[in-house]
Design a protein around this ligand. Structure first.
Ligand SMILES: O=P(O)(O)O[C@@H]1C[C@H](O)[C@@H](CO)O1
Ligand SMILES: O=c1cc[nH]c(=O)[nH]1
Length: 286
């Protein structure tokens, strides 16, 4: 293409010098909420000792309100909204951005929230495999009028490295398990408290217990397409989500605000330790 307009990011190959803006990116962190991704960028700015307090950090995608994007040294922090269609659009444009910027050796991590199954709220789940609502490791993409099935395997070594990092943080409940990705927060995740509900409490529990038996430890709404797209494009990828509740106990998220904030910071803390460890290793090698 003579020009590539990354429409939803408000960036483009003719309007922006993408190699100059992004060529040094080594870590990309994505998550649903714009505020969370801004806080993460500010946190990384501080943790990496990048000078002032980052107060003047600008949203690189300020020209659009679809997504936000912040950069702290080699770390790019981007919001993706909720659900598969939203993250998928962002990933198409992000992956092209990384290509145009000639980035290499990039690690991409989704830092999110989720509902746990049979584990204590506040636990951090590092995904080994993302599965669909049938507990299958696949993402079905409709292309023209065909269903194309893609693998949702994630990088096992990266998951182990992250798990290793978690052990260095005191009182930090972390585990590796399957993550189920659904198309809906309510009926799609077996909730009884949506505007619509057509199944009994018994059916809900039977489904979630079968999910647990199949190795699922948490439920969210982006991991299958994230794993599939990153895998096909050769990006090393991980999914790290904190659980906000145990779905075997309840459906409503009614945590006090300060607890919710602290839980959401857990994946950020883990990823910050991981990035600092990786950067330290690179410095030792050079
Ligand atoms: O990254 P976040 O915390 O937004 O991810 C989960 C999955 C859905 O997008 C959303 C539902 O509350 O939270
Ligand atoms: O239960 C939950 C909590 C957060 N995100 C989800 O998708 N489900």
């Amino acid at each position: 293409m003579d020009e590539d307009v990354l429409y939803h990011l408000d960036l483009g190959t003719k309007t922006h010098n993408l190699p100059a803006m992004f060529g040094d990116v080594k870590f990309v962190c994505v998550g649903g909420s714009p505020n969370r991704m801004k806080s993460f960028a500010l946190f990384m700015h501080k943790e990496l000792g990048l000078g002032d307090d980052g107060d003047d950090m600008k949203d690189i995608c300020a020209g659009t309100d679809r997504y936000c994007m912040y950069k702290a040294g080699p770390v790019l922090s981007i919001s993706h909204g909720m659900g598969i269609p939203s993250i998928s659009i962002m990933l198409h444009e992000l992956i092209k951005l990384l290509h145009h910027a000639r980035c290499c050796d990039v690690t991409i991590i989704r830092i999110g929230t989720s509902g746990g199954i049979g584990i204590a709220p506040g636990s951090v789940v590092i995904t080994d495999t993302a599965v669909d609502s049938f507990f299958k490791p696949r993402f079905e993409q409709v292309i023209l009028d065909n269903i194309v099935t893609r693998s949702t395997e994630l990088d096992k070594e990266l998951a182990e490295e992250l798990f290793d990092c978690s052990k260095e943080i005191p009182n930090f409940p972390t585990l590796i398990g399957h993550t189920m990705c659904t198309y809906d927060f309510y009926e799609g995740q077996g909730r009884l408290d949506g505007a619509l509900c057509s199944f009994s409490r018994e059916k809900k529990l039977d489904y979630l217990k079968r999910a647990y038996k199949a190795g699922v430890r948490n439920i969210e709404m982006e991991s299958t397409v994230f794993a599939a797209m990153c895998g096909l494009c050769g990006l090393k990828a991980a999914v790290v989500c904190v659980t906000l509740l145990d779905r075997l106990d309840c459906d409503q998220i009614n945590l006090p605000h300060d607890v919710l904030v602290e839980y959401q910071q857990r994946p950020q803390l883990l990823i910050s330790n991981f990035i600092k460890r990786r950067l330290g290793r690179r410095e030792q090698m050079s």
